[in-house]
Design a protein. Structure first.
Length: 94
């Protein structure tokens, strides 16, 4: 399957809207998980001389998170293609 295939294409009667690519969709899903788990609790942190009771500091830079998300998206495509190939081989044996 092509990674640039549209994830949510639609046609409004006059114009074809391709939407996100499947690769972008997989990357967005991966990025959600990366960002949800990328902070660590740092109680008692001081910011600008003011003691903050609970603060969360990022442990991954945005560019790093974006590249990681696309790495996960690429891995999803590899696994998806392998699963499709496996299903094709299984169906030929039956």
């Amino acid at each position: 399957m092509e990674s640039n295939a549209p994830a949510f294409p639609h046609f409004d009667g006059t114009t074809n809207h391709p939407g996100l690519t499947m690769r972008d969709f997989f990357a967005a899903a991966a990025l959600t998980g990366i960002l949800a788990c990328q902070r660590e609790h740092a109680e008692g942190l001081e910011r600008d001389g003011v003691r903050v009771r609970e603060e969360y500091e990022p442990i991954i830079l945005p560019a790093s998170a974006a590249f990681a998300a696309y790495d996960y998206a690429n891995a999803m495509f590899e696994a998806r293609e392998a699963a499709i190939e496996d299903d094709i081989l299984k169906s030929k044996k039956e």
